[in-house]
Design a protein around this ligand. Sequence first.
Ligand code: OAD
Length: 269
Amino acid sequence: MPSPESPRSVQPEEVTAVEVPPAVLELARSARRVCVLTGAGMSAESGIPTFRDVQVGLWERFDPMELASPEAWRHDPAQVWAWYSWRASLVRAAQPNAGHEALAAWQQRAGVDLQVATQNVDDLHERGGAEVLAHIHGSLFALRCDTCDRPSHTAYRDLAEPVAEVDPPACEREGCEGQVRPGVVWFGEALPQEEFFAAVEAAQEADLVLVVGTSGLVHPAATIPHLAGARGVPVVEINPRETEVSEAADHVWRATAAQALPALLAQLG
Ligand code: OAD
């Protein structure tokens, strides 16, 4: 279980100051190429709990890290499918927040090339109007067979509340005995290479990298800001709490995603 110091969702009322740090504003104003790396904190204000949040209710006893693994799937697919069905139901019911919308609006501005690379498996960036360069941990809704790997057109069961077990659908391919699994990257699995390298390249070639709402604990995604920093690209962290990224960042801005990003966009001029 997460320790009491674990990162958790932070709602806007907990952080009062939304003043844009002048150095961050300066960097954002002059950047032609911006790369934004996002994590679970990006969607926290849409009501999606972060991974290292203390989970509530039925899932309180489970560590999400332990459910996100091929071993967990082999051991108890119905439990893992129930967990992802619940998360998918939460995501479907959620709305993009002001942070997602600010990034989409920033992407629309003339003269700026803004790329979004996300660790999030939700679709809130897209529903907020942004184009996403890379989902480096996959997509919740890109279902596929665990055996023949074919994309599946089945769907999660919509859950009004969490349940302990839901049997995953069978693969639709004739003769295949596989089960349908979430299209996310589990611990121990390889990242989608094309997406990962697209994210690395976007960060290394940017004039500014913004790292929003990630604990920086999961590699190799967490190496991206370091790879950009090593090339001299300024790195700004937006997160209400200190993280593994903080020390290497050129600037840290202690604010939530839905506070900071609209404030930044509003002041770009
Ligand atoms: P975490 O749950 O590890 O961290 C969430 C981060 O968001 C923490 O640093 C919080 O301080 C921050 N945060 C909380 N509320 C926020 C808010 N309103 N605005 C901005 N930041 C906020 O999530 P990730 O870093 O995304 O991987 O986790 C990385 C990966 O671990 C996930 O992609 C997932 C998980 O296991 C896979 O599923 C493979």
